[in-house]
Design a binder for this molecule. Structure first.
Ligand code: PDD
Length: 285
């Protein structure tokens, strides 16, 4: 069961996949991506990820590739790897051209890269204990709804979290939480979920959307709007959502203990309901 790459029409071992130095992804971060998880040999929420990819392509004007062909290559690469619990990375850059900021009208051939790797789950102890987070100033661009490969601020924030022994860095803009470096953020107050509303300031997380749907089905109220850091600090529970972590409790922020420092009942219930959906093969391809 090899970890494999698919690059522009060819399958190969990941370490053999190479792109030219003039690829605009390498030069400018001019590209978009998706990360998809598979459970029991099935890609989870593939269509939702593809819909977001379609939107990212259209918002960035990357053309010359269709989401339908990308879907086929994702399925084929995943199948070929034989890895039943995988993390699939899909990246499309605008293509290769001598370095010049504007791509002008020259039709470029986009670079499509897919890698399939064995998935490493969140350690059980962390899921039980909850994780630590830190806050960092929001320094990103104004179109965070596009899943762009331009991730320097996210990378710097995540590194800062790692250096401080935290699992995630949460961006805060003028006293309001936006999202984590690679996750969405929820607070629970009086049994109700509070989370930043969708818009250009956050990525519309696939896991976020599913958790909101599950919460509504479970009769848990959801309020999407501005989320003040002060509210998060005083919340009954805080959790993160994202591909690879599902629903993960946060028990400390900047050294401040969230409530009693334990993963709360709503977080646990949502994680269990989420995994139940996965096990039932809901939304699987
Ligand atoms: N990150 N916000 C940001 C900035 C993200 O990068 C991600 C995902 C999320 C959660 O989105 P989703 O539920 O669709 O995974 C929110 C992926 C996993 C990554 O960059 O590796």
């Amino acid at each position: 069961m090899p970890e494999i790459a698919f690059l522009n029409g060819e399958f190969m071992p990941i370490e053999e996949a190479k792109v030219p130095v003039d690829d605009r992804g390498y030069q400018f971060g001019d590209g978009v991506y998706e990360v998809i998880e598979s459970y029991a040999g099935q890609l989870w929420a593939l269509e939702r990820h593809l819909n977001r990819l379609r939107r990212s392509l259209s918002e960035t004007g990357i053309s010359g590739i269709t989401v339908e062909e990308v879907r086929e290559w994702i399925l084929e690469t995943h199948r070929k790897s034989g890895i039943s619990r995988a993390l699939v990375y899909v990246q499309i850059t605008r293509g290769v051209a001598p370095r010049k900021h504007a791509w002008m009208t020259t039709p470029l051939r986009p670079t499509l890269l897919i890698t399939v790797r064995r998935f490493v789950p969140v350690p059980e102890e962390l899921r039980e204990s909850g994780v630590r987070a830190i806050t960092v100033p929001e320094i990103r661009w104004a179109r965070r709804d596009i899943k762009s490969i331009n991730l320097l601020p996210n990378v710097l924030a995540a590194q800062r979290a790692w250096e401080r022994g935290a699992f995630e860095a949460i961006f805060v803009d003028g006293g309001y939480v936006t999202e984590g470096a690679a996750t969405n953020v929820f607070a629970v107050r009086d049994g109700k979920l509070l989370t930043p509303a969708e818009g250009p300031h956050i990525l519309p997380g696939i896991t976020r959307g599913l958790v909101i749907e599950i919460a509504r089905e479970e009769g848990i109220g959801v309020e999407e709007g501005s989320l003040a850091l002060e509210v998060v600090m005083k919340a009954d529970e805080v959790f993160l959502t994202g591909t690879g972590i599902e629903v993960l409790g946060v028990t400390s922020i900047d050294g401040w203990t969230v409530r009693d420092g334990k993963v709360g009942p709503v977080t646990r219930r949502l994680f269990e309901a989420f995994m139940e959906r996965v096990e039932k093969g809901f939304d699987a391809s």
